[in-house]
Design a protein around this ligand. Structure first.
Ligand code: AGP
Length: 372
């Protein structure tokens, strides 16, 4: 009903708007007064977490994209090798699992059959399973050794938005916590990032306040057939997520690529007028990557692409090559997906609406996929 949508035209719009609170709620009570993480609820003793020698993340769809981003964070802050795999592929390939492997199952609903089967398989092999889940008491957390709940609140729209942002927060918490208990050389950085994470809801709100030009742009592209998305580093899974949203909601051909792969094939798709969304990594920290993506933007633009550039405030290098520029607040490099995903959600929702599609209930899709 209209009342349930709280004045929004769709659950999806409501849930996009709820993201600052969802993110803040997921952090609540997990950062102590000294700025350290306390995750006693994990129920896996710190001593055991210190012994972990491999992390394997299993998930489907949008939750898989959260997992892809988690890999960058886990490997950077903990130096533990991390693999991410689609749950539907994982258990059919005889994966290498042992007692010191920590398997992380990410699921909004907690009922996704592929993810459930993957975690059962992992536990049968003697691995510990940590669920990151949004639904209290659902099957996946019940069958796991431990659970870290996301506190996004109920997500009704089929397309995942606020659950994704909170999955990212939970993944960062796991990565930072593993780093904290293992005492890596990144200790100072971990502390600084925890401090920034505590503020992040406000920055998500800032992004939401500046979305009108994104909506106008989306409407202007309603009659297109294809939109391409490029990213590097953590921006690559963001590009995949932007493309998935557009497929699900607008029923358009949308693909995400690692920008470094352009020359290995995808650049052949570029022709006059094709919209290409580029997620630009933070210019701080990894400036080499930043320079590379600026040349990627130039390359596609020289071949006629209409470039839609998502870049941090203060990043001036992209300005000459951006047909449309979407600004996001500067954040630590690894946290950028919390900002960069939001315009892509708004973009897909508006474009789908302009095409006359029902955004809360896209055709052929179910909110949770409880069959294999
Ligand atoms: C997201 O927009 C999708 N509807 C879908 O990919 C979803 O993320 C996937 O089915 C996993 O669901 P889960 O998080 O409930 O396990």
């Amino acid at each position: 009903s209209a009342a349930e949508k709280g004045g929004y035209a769709s659950f999806m719009l409501k849930e996009i708007a709820e993201q600052p609170k969802a993110v803040a709620d997921t952090l609540l009570g997990r950062i102590d007064a000294s700025g350290s993480l306390s995750l006693d609820e994990l129920r896996i003793p710190d001593a055991e977490l210190r012994e972990v020698d491999k992390v394997v993340i299993v998930a489907c769809g949008t939750a898989f994209h959260a997992g892809l981003i988690a890999k960058y964070a886990i490997e950077h802050w903990t130096r533990i090798p991390c693999e991410v795999e689609l749950a539907s592929e994982f258990r059919y390939r005889d994966p290498i699992l042992a007692a010191r492997t920590l398997v992380v199952a990410v699921s909004q609903s907690g009922e996704t059959m592929d993810t459930l089967m993957a975690l059962r398989h992992a536990r049968e092999q003697g691995s510990k399973v940590l669920a990151i889940c949004n639904t209290n008491g659902s099957t996946i957390p019940r069958e796991s050794d431990a659970v870290l709940y996301t506190h996004a609140g109920p997500e009704v729209a089929v397309a995942s938005t606020k659950a994704f942002l909170t999955q990212l927060v939970a993944c960062y918490l796991v990565a930072l916590y593993l780093g904290q208990v293992r005492g890596t050389k990144w200790g100072d950085e971990i502390h600084a990032v925890i401090r920034e994470l505590a503020q992040i809801g406000g920055q998500v709100e800032q992004v939401l306040q500046t979305m009108e030009p994104v909506r106008a742009l989306a409407r202007s592209l309603a009659d297109r057939d294809t939109v391409l998305f490029l990213g590097r580093h953590v921006g690559y899974p963001v590009a995949l997520e932007g493309a998935l949203k557009l497929k699900e909601l607008a029923y358009m051909h949308a693909e995400g690529f690692a920008a470094g792969e352009l020359k290995h094939g995808p650049i052949a798709l570029i022709e006059e007028g094709v919209p290409v969304v580029v997620v630009v990594p933070s210019p701080r920290g990894r400036s080499v990557l930043h320079d590379k993506i600026v040349s990627n933007i130039q390359e596609v633009r020289a071949r006629g692409a209409r470039t839609i550039v998502i870049a941090e405030e203060g990043d001036e290098a992209v300005v000459p090559y951006a047909d449309h520029l979407i600004r996001i607040p500067a954040t630590p490099v690894l946290l950028q997906p919390l900002m960069a995903t939001v315009p892509l959600q708004v973009f897909a929702c508006e474009l789908a609406t302009a095409r006359g599609n029902e955004v809360d209930q896209p055709r052929n899709l179910a909110k949770s996929v409880t069959v294999e």
